[in-house]
Design a protein around this ligand. Sequence first.
Ligand code: PEP
Ligand code: MN
Length: 280
Amino acid sequence: MDFNQSNLNVFAGLCAVDVPEHVDMMMRALQDSGEVCTRMGAYKPRTNPYSFQGHGKGCLPWVFEKAGKHGIKVIAMEITHESHIEEIDTCLERLGRPTGVMLQVGTRNTQNFELLKAIGRQSEYPVLLKRGFGITLNESLNAAEYLASEGNANVIFCLRGMKTEAGQPHRNMVDFAHVPAVKRLTRMPVCVDPSHSVGSRDRAPDGILDVMHATAQGVIAGANMVLVDFHPKPERALVDGPQALLMNELPAYLEDIRLCHDTWTKRQAIYQRLQGEPPE
Ligand code: PEP
Ligand code: MN
């Protein structure tokens, strides 16, 4: 897999691993659409300690086996403690590495410096670093520097919206206008997470969900990765069901993303022509 500032990879999947049947349905839908990446959380950082915390290492063997069976090459999986790196690594090794993992640092851990250092010390797994929800962009970019300074520069930076009442009716204030800014300030590929930014299945009068509109905004501005929640039965999801897209929406959504990525390519050509023109 190649991750850079020019291409685009889609990581559609479950917010959290729940039951084997849903994981299978998700991965089969991805395989049918020719997708080889997904997102699936085993370790979930929850605001409320009584909320479902994720299945943890217990689900790793069957999730990785199913991924291998469906041709999934990379799973974006959040880790909340450095011990999770070894749990993932040991399990993958024991199974003969049927799939790969991208270690995700959640927005609540963007400034968990010891976690960042531990993840930075390994270079087996690439990293998806979420922007901190309530800190400056520069502070989040410094978090990426922690990973790089320890030795892992294989980092993708993810915009996921900022926490502020001003973001309502969205869960977070969508910050995808920062896609080109991050690409200018760093060499990192930039990911957008429209699910955790928008946080609902609200639909605009044009018939398009806000999540899809936000995705389009990020991709048309040059985003290199989309991290997005899907679920075959959102009403039975253990985490973030209300913001999940549905299996039957996957093909159209992927078509929309491809259209936006192609449009971004064409937009570059328009402005490159302009740069070639002599000043008036
Ligand atoms: C997630 O992607 O599942 C997640 C918890 O996102 P964030 O850290 O951006 O809230
Ligand atoms: Mn979530």
